[in-house]
Design a protein around this ligand. Structure first.
Ligand SMILES: Nc1ncnc2c1ncn2[C@@H]1O[C@H](COP(=O)(O)OP(=O)(O)OP(=O)(O)O)[C@@H](O)[C@H]1O
Length: 222
C-alpha cells in the first residue's frame, strides 16, 4: 500500500535555525503513527510545514491526500468558562456548509451520528466552556470528524488530561481507525500511550527521523 505521506531529503529551518537535514520518512496509511522527540526538536513545525505544502508544494514531500481530507486538531485550546457555544453547536461548526447557513436534515443527522460516536450525545446541550478537559478534547475531535477526514493529525491531544480521560480518548481514536479507515498522526510525549496504541513511531532526533515498528526496536521501511 502507498504511504499517505512520503518525505525525501527534506531540509527545514525556522528563523535561521536548522531543525531537519535530509529528513526522510514515510507514513503508512490507515495506521496510527506517533510522532515523538524532545521538546523543540520540531514536531509541530514539521506538521505545519507538511500542511503548508497543500498550497505551496515542495518536491521533497508527496502528500497522497488532499487538504480537504486532512484535519489538524491543535493542542488543547484555553476556552473561557463563559465560552458561549454549547457542545452541539461547537461541533457543528466543523460541517462543510454548502448552500444554506442553517443545518439541513442530512447535516443534523450527520452531526448526531458524530456526537454519538464521540459519546457527547448526553452532554450536547451543555456549554463547552463548562465541559471537562476530556469532554472538550472529544468535542474538538468531533468537530474535526464533521469534515469526514481521511487523515487526522492530533497535536498532544492528551497532554492535559488525567489517566482515565487519556485512555478514553485513545480508545475512541482506536475505534475510529477501525470504523472509519482513517490514518492518524499523533504528536505525543506519553510513553504509555505510545506503547499501548501506536502501530508505528516516527522518532525525531538530531535533525533526522526514524520510523519504528510495533516493537520499537527496529527501523522499518514501508
Ligand atoms: N515561528 C517561529 N519563530 C522562531 N522560532 C520558532 C518558530 N516556530 C518554532 N520555532 C522554534 O523551532 C523549534 C521547534 O519548535 P516546535 O514547536 O516545532 O518543537 P516541538 O518538537 O513541537 O516542541 P514541543 O514538544 O515542546 O511542543 C523550537 O526551538 C522553537 O522555538
Amino acid at each position: 500500500m502507498d504511504p499517505i505521506i512520503d518525505v525525501h531529503n527534506l531540509d527545514l529551518s525556522v528563523q535561521g535555525k536548522q531543525l531537519f537535514k535530509n529528513l526522510t520518512f514515510k507514513i503508512p496509511a490507515n495506521k496510527l503513527t506517533c510522532i515523538t522527540g524532545e521538546n523543540g526538536v520540531g514536531k509541530t513545525t514539521l506538521i505545519k510545514y507538511l500542511l503548508s505544502t497543500f498550497n505551496h508544494p515542495d518536491k521533497c514531500i508527496k502528500m497522497n491526500i488532499t487538504r480537504t481530507e486532512t484535519q489538524y486538531v491543535p493542542q488543547l485550546r484555553n476556552l473561557d468558562d463563559e465560552f458561549p457555544l454549547d457542545i452541539c453547536d461547537f461541533v457543528g461548526l466543523g460541517l462543510k456548509k454548502a448552500v444554506f447557513p442553517w443545518h439541513t436534515a442530512k447535516e443534523r443527522l450527520l452531526l448526531q451520528r458524530i456526537l454519538t460516536e464521540t459519546s457527547l450525545t448526553d452532554i450536547q446541550n451543555r456549554p463547552l466552556g463548562a465541559a471537562s478537559g476530556g469532554e472538550k478534547q472529544r468535542a474538538f475531535l468531533a468537530q474535526a470528524l464533521c469534515a469526514e477526514p481521511k487523515l487526522l493529525i492530533l497535536d498532544e491531544s492528551t497532554a492535559s488530561l488525567d489517566k482515565d480521560s487519556k485512555y478514553n480518548l485513545m480508545d475512541l481514536i482506536e475505534r475510529l481507525l477501525q470504523t472509519r479507515k482513517i490514518t492518524v498522526l499523533f504528536i505525543t510525549h506519553d510513553p504509555d500511550l505510545i506503547t499501548h496504541y501506536a502501530d508505528y513511531e516516527l522518532r525525531l532526533a538530531n535533525q533526522k527521523g526514524k520510523l519504528l515498528g510495533k516493537d520499537r526496536s527496529s527501523h522499518v521501511t514501508i
